[in-house]
Design a protein. Structure first.
Length: 336
């Protein structure tokens, strides 16, 4: 008998990245607290995308890790969607005066403190998993955060540049500097075929009562997680139901440029298209259930034809309470 069957808060694993992922994870913590149980490292595990990590000005940046950490700590800049609230940029201005870094990639002073601490620990020999454990001791996050892998597997985008032709660039340059206006031809994570899940990732998935895939960018946030050898097989073999939440509402992306990413890999920007990308566990995919927005209710039959249980409900994460409502719906579909 699982914990959920004994009346204990279920053990939930969330795969997440980006702003949508951070909102969903905060909602997951609140959903578990509503049940009267602990929202803790024992109950909520978040496997975080590290495919958009990078080295810049001598420090290691982990944008998705930091966004989710800051959101759970309640110190994130919710208006910008990244960084720390109330941050200043004096050091960033000084770096630019020295001609280092990227002038279009702003690093806040408080945020730089995080990057410096992380880099120091990495230089001392800690793994990214251990670094994240140290970071989590600063705040009561109500969750255990795990990087998808301890390997460096940054995302490289091959773009069709009208001025220079086909050329590769780091994902952050394409996303932040060019705002995804250069047509992407391919997304790659060099070395990911030799990577392994970070310690604890496969075990958390195996022991979960429910695994949820957040409404994050399917290509550059969830895609790298699923590409780490061993994670897809862990999802396919876990006894826990795997339920995803559509990042597409009414045929449109909620935030960011996921539609551009999906088009590059030949996937339609729709709730059905993303459901097909992840696939059903009955057909070599990873999902059992799929939450879609009210605006996409007409697509429920198509989704069920893919071998998935479809559930229609409001999916706008306008605040923590509504994010928690969505997580509750996903847990209900998982039967926990």
């Amino acid at each position: 008998m699982g914990d959920a069957e004994r009346g204990v808060s279920p053990r939930v694993v969330v795969l997440a990245g980006g702003v949508g992922g951070s909102k969903f994870v905060v909602g997951a913590r609140e959903a578990l607290r509503r049940r009267g149980g602990d929202a803790s490292a024992d109950r909520l595990t978040v496997v975080v995308n590290t495919g958009d990590d990078l080295w810049l000005s001598g420090v290691r940046l982990q944008p998705d890790v930091d966004s989710i950490t800051y959101a759970l700590a309640g110190v994130n800049d919710s208006a910008r969607g990244w960084g720390r609230q109330g941050d200043s940029e004096r050091v960033n201005a000084e770096l630019q005066a020295w001609g280092t870094g990227w002038p279009w990639f702003t690093l806040g002073d408080l945020d730089l403190g995080t990057h410096l601490a992380r880099t120091g620990w990495l230089r001392d020999g800690d793994t990214p998993t251990r670094v994240l454990e140290k970071m989590a001791t600063r705040w009561d996050l109500g969750a255990r955060l795990l990087p998808m892998t301890d390997a460096e597997v940054d995302t490289i985008v091959t773009v069709d540049d009208p001025a220079e032709g086909s050329r590769p660039m780091h994902f952050q340059e394409w996303w932040t500097r060019h705002r995804a206006t250069l047509r992407p031809l391919a997304f790659d994570n060099p070395g990911i075929d030799r990577a392994a899940p970070a310690p604890g990732v496969a075990e958390a998935i195996a022991d979960a009562d429910a695994v949820l895939i957040a409404p994050s960018n399917p290509v550059v946030s969830i895609g790298p997680i699923l590409a780490v050898p061993g994670i897809r097989s862990a999802l396919r073999s876990t006894r826990a139901p795997v339920v995803g939440v559509s990042p597409i509402i009414g045929g449109r992306v909620v935030r960011g440029m996921a539609d551009v990413c999906l088009a590059a890999i030949g996937v339609e920007t729709s709730a059905v298209g993303v459901a097909g990308l992840y696939g059903s566990r009955r057909a070599d995919g990873v999902l059992d259930g799929w939450l879609i927005a009210n605006e996409d209710a007409a697509a429920a039959t198509e989704i069920e034809d893919l071998g998935l249980r479809a559930h229609v409900r409001p999916l706008w994460m306008t605040d923590e309470a509504r994010s928690a409502d969505i997580v509750e719906a996903a847990l209900a579909q998982a039967g926990v």
